[in-house]
Design a protein around this ligand. Sequence first.
Ligand SMILES: C[S@@+](CC[C@H](N)C(=O)[O-])C[C@H]1O[C@@H](n2cnc3c(N)ncnc32)[C@H](O)[C@@H]1O
Length: 272
Amino acid sequence: MASDIDARVISEYWGREKLAEAMLDALKARGADLDALTPDEVAPVDQFHGGGKPVTVRLAKVAGAAPGMRVLDVGGGFGGPARTLAVEFGCHVTTVDLTESYVRAARMLTARMGLEDRVSHHVGNALDLSFPDGAFDMVWTQNSGMNIADKARLYAGFHRVLRPGGLLALQEPMAGPTQPLVYPVMWARDPSTSFLRAPAEMKALIERAGFAARVWDDVTAETAGPSSGAAIPAHSIQRLVMGDAIDEIIRAGHRNRAEGRLVSVQAVFDRP
Ligand SMILES: C[S@@+](CC[C@H](N)C(=O)[O-])C[C@H]1O[C@@H](n2cnc3c(N)ncnc32)[C@H](O)[C@@H]1O
């Protein structure tokens, strides 16, 4: 997805009007104090990936996230992982995301939580990162590469913005041993915008971009979530974004994992 028209198709797929307002309403309905929000309270609406906040913390720990690290979160969505890295690990985080309504919602939540000195959010394409060479200690990306076909270009960009000795930490859905995927999935209604690769192929192409694998963990079980949409509450980000379409997405996702069509990996790579 190198062209602008493709980028527009993807951001239109994800984007929703009045999302920031809907998130605040959902948090209020959950009984949260909007003037004293914590990452745990916001997690149901700002951690937009299978496994929620616990798997964000898991990846941060295996990657060795530490105070003062400059982190670029690519496809950072509403900023849940970014704020967790800032509050619980002391990192300084920049996010970039294609979808403007998500960046607006991310900025609103970051401002409300008083984190603007440590977390900033930008609209941009993962395939055209507008940051200087070597600007970051860690590139972080969680469930954001599924719509991207040109993965060689994606990982070359990650390599460029990392300093020598930096780290790439990722969580990604990947193609399982049985194919094809059953649709709809969270990131695509049909195969025209879904670009998963098998784990061995992903590892090889990231290594070809100049990285060395340090950690490679299958986290399919930890990221699976419920097997039926009925278990997805009204005030969760999955339902806020997908509406009633979430029920079919959850059914297909359960089948994809049970039949070995979809796996999920957390990995950490060194950028020598
Ligand atoms: C499932 S959400 C994950 C958000 C966030 N990483 C999280 O885990 O909470 C996928 C995100 O990838 C973003 N995305 C997809 N393609 C992108 C691209 N080419 N460049 C930047 N962001 C992209 C979408 O806008 C969306 O916010």
